[in-house]
Write a protein that binds this ligand. Structure first.
Ligand code: PLP
Length: 401
């Protein structure tokens, strides 16, 4: 008989291990650059005031805690799809666009991966090298046999390896799923230009590949919610069928409410009923139905013009803070160590800076300077502030010497 003690020993997942070490560190110097949570200047996790207001409205309006349907709150999903694609009224009514409320962006990826594996017989997924660490795991746990990373960042120049990217996806077999970060690429902060997106769309159309967008930082790359969906809207206008996993964790500073949405765009809506039933079955087998509170707060904001304006304009300030921190960090590094170029820090966009450090360097920063980041030296920009920036810059230069 099998025994629990026979289960192979494994190490903790990278992020969790680093976070545990951070929590156990008693040094007053310690700096948390680990997770992608938006921090205020004093280091605390920021909560958008408009979210607090919307949450209070939800609490006041809640009459009971009846179950939601497996696909969640329809109005919420429709608003989420609208946020991605603009006016979808007719497409929604025709069954060409539909959405499923999910447990965060991760849940949306999971539902999509299960659907593609079970009902579209997809077995191969391509995702960037490097990428957010869960992409490979979600797809292999959903039955994808082939996980292939396409070239994305040139590790010498710290720029996009566009030639490598094009070559790799040009060699992908028909019906491969290709994960594309729509904006604010995690962890590199490097986004494709519009011209490059056009080329990728051409290759994918020619090779008959299935786009699966992942958007977790809408508004946080450019400061403009619509601008950050440009790539998705371009693929839509080119007539692709595709999926998109939306995470509302960062966009609404609500990480533990687990709000997300899976958008599915198809050419013909005639099969919409069956598609929904397949998705419902997947959700039923995973967690039966999603939870209410966070999604209702998001729905309030997306459907109330006054709250929406307040929320959408907050990205300007958030993006501006990240740009300001990038500039200050680059300046501090340049002042401390002119022997290396630091332009990538201000060239990259969004929440993350990839310092491209070795495992030993990341460990050294942790053990000797109490500075915590995940592998390759990915830094949450907002974990920096005007109190710790020069300390962090000095420590990085010391580590590189
Ligand atoms: N996709 C990317 C690119 C992310 O960076 C993240 C979170 O860090 C997610 C998806 C998952 O989002 P959520 O926390 O909403 O599950």
């Amino acid at each position: 008989m099998v025994q629990f003690s026979d289960v192979p020993v494994v190490g903790q997942v990278g992020y969790i291990e680093v976070n545990t070490a951070f929590q156990n560190d008693v040094s007053p110097l310690k700096v948390d650059l680990i997770y992608g949570t938006f921090r205020s200047e004093d280091g605390s996790i920021y909560l958008l005031p408009v979210v607090k207001r919307a949450e209070n409205m939800v609490v006041n309006d809640t009459l009971n805690h009846d179950y939601l349907s497996p696909t969640g709150i329809e109005g919420f999903s429709k608003s989420a799809c609208r946020l991605l694609l603009g006016d979808i009224e007719k497409l929604w009514n025709d069954g060409k666009v539909f959405g499923v409320q999910s447990i965060g962006g991760t849940g949306a990826l999971k539902i999509g991966a299960e659907f593609l594996s079970r009902h579209m017989n997809c077995t191969t997924v391509y995702y960037p090298d490097p990428s957010w660490e869960m992409h490979g795991a979600v797809f292999s746990f959903s039955g994808f046999q082939n996980k292939i990373q396409y070239r994305y960042m040139n590790r010498e120049t710290l720029e996009i390896d566009f030639e490598g990217l094009c070559e790799d996806i040009s060699n992908a077999p028909v019906d491969s799923v290709v994960i594309l970060h729509a904006c604010g690429h995690n962890p590199t902060g490097l986004d494709l230009s519009k011209e490059q997106w056009r080329t990728i769309a051409e290759i994918m159309k020619e090779r008959k590949l299935i786009p699966f967008f992942d958007i977790a930082y809408q508004g946080m790359a450019s400061g403009d919610i619509e601008e950050d969906t440009w790539a998705i809207r371009h693929f839509h206008s080119e007539g692709f069928e595709f999926l998109c996993a939306q995470s509302f964790s960062k966009m609404f500073t609500m990480y533990n409410e687990r709000v997300g949405n899976l958008t599915i765009v198809q050419k013909s809506g005639h099969n919409i009923g069956s598609l929904k039933v397949h998705i419902e079955r997947i959700v039923r087998s995973l967690y039966s139905s999603p939870s209410n509170h966070g999604a209702m707060a998001v729905f309030q904001i997306l459907s109330n013009p006054e709250l929406y304006d307040e929320w959408s304009s907050s990205f300007k300030a958030m993006a501006a803070r990240m740009i300001e921190l990038r500039k200050a960090f680059r300046k501090a590094l340049e002042e401390e160590g002119a022997f290396r170029k630091w332009n990538h820090i201000t060239d990259q966009k969004g929440m993350f800076i990839l310092l491209h450090l070795t495992d030993n360097q990341v460990e050294y920063l942790r053990n000797f300077h109490h500075i915590y980041m995940v592998n390759s030296g990915r830094v949450n920009v907002t974990g920096l502030n005007f109190t710790n920036i020069s300390y962090v810059a000095k420590a990085i230069i010391d580590t590189l010497r």
